[in-house]
Design a binder for this molecule. Structure first.
Ligand SMILES: CC(C)(COP(=O)(O)OP(=O)(O)OC[C@H]1O[C@@H](n2cnc3c(N)ncnc32)[C@H](O)[C@@H]1OP(=O)(O)O)[C@@H](O)C(=O)NCCC(=O)NCCS
Length: 184
């Protein structure tokens, strides 16, 4: 296993992992929606903040990526991707509009946010920890002061993982999701 920078040739595999690991019924049949919401922005505009865990054949089996600065992210996201989200799901477009307002305050202290996903057979082997460390080291060298993430309350495995890596609970969203954060 190897942790390395993202390459353009990883694009389709990363999108597939994003789709396969997405939770929630609304996402299970709509790969375009999942990838437009959780993946394409980062692979296009924040390549430097995307890291891959790859198997022996160099094929991606997991990733971590982040947006370094919330304001830059949200402005670009609305400029490039929002109309596509709206055409795919009115509900997700509404949620995205709420996020724009909701996360702005959090992002003053924690400007970056991350997504991490690993294919099932490569979990529980230290790969997630390695990916998060790589990302945090990289952000530290760019003097990014903090990072947050949002996790489904039912995803207790991931919540335990984040606590183990020093993330703290910041806020609950109607008991359905948890915002966790870490100073860098
Ligand atoms: C969450 C995820 C990224 C964690 O990666 P991982 O490779 O399985 O985790 P690691 O093996 O690196 O574990 C790192 C540490 O967290 C701990 N940990 C991981 N899962 C845990 C669990 N379910 N319960 C308790 N501790 C756990 C490990 O024991 C390890 O501790 P150590 O440093 O003392 O050895 C991975 O399981 C995953 O992709 N899950 C599915 C997708 C997902 O939920 N993504 C997050 C969405 S917000």
């Amino acid at each position: 296993m190897q942790i390395r920078k993202y390459k353009d040739s990883d694009f389709e595999k990363v999108r597939q992992i994003c789709f396969e690991t997405a939770r929630g019924k609304q996402f299970q049949t709509n790969k375009e929606l999942v990838c437009t919401l959780f993946c394409d922005y980062y692979l296009t505009y924040e390549k430097d903040n995307c890291f891959i865990i790859s198997a022996e054949n160099d094929e991606a089996v997991g990733y971590v990526f982040c947006a370094e600065n919330f304001d830059d992210y949200i402005n670009k996201y609305f400029e490039v991707y929002f109309s596509k989200v709206k055409s795919l799901s009115k509900k997700e477009a509404f949620i995205k509009r709420c996020e724009k307002i909701f996360y702005r305050k959090i992002a003053k202290t924690y400007p970056a946010h991350l997504h991490i996903d690993i294919l099932e057979e490569y979990r529980g082997k230290g790969n997630g920890k390695g990916l998060i460390r790589k990302l945090l080291d990289s952000l530290k060298s760019k003097v990014v002061k903090g990072i947050y993430l949002t996790v489904d309350t039912q995803n207790q495995k991931a919540i335990k993982f984040y606590y183990k890596l020093g993330f703290k609970k910041l806020r609950s969203i109607f008991g359905k999701a948890l915002i966790m954060c870490k100073k860098i």
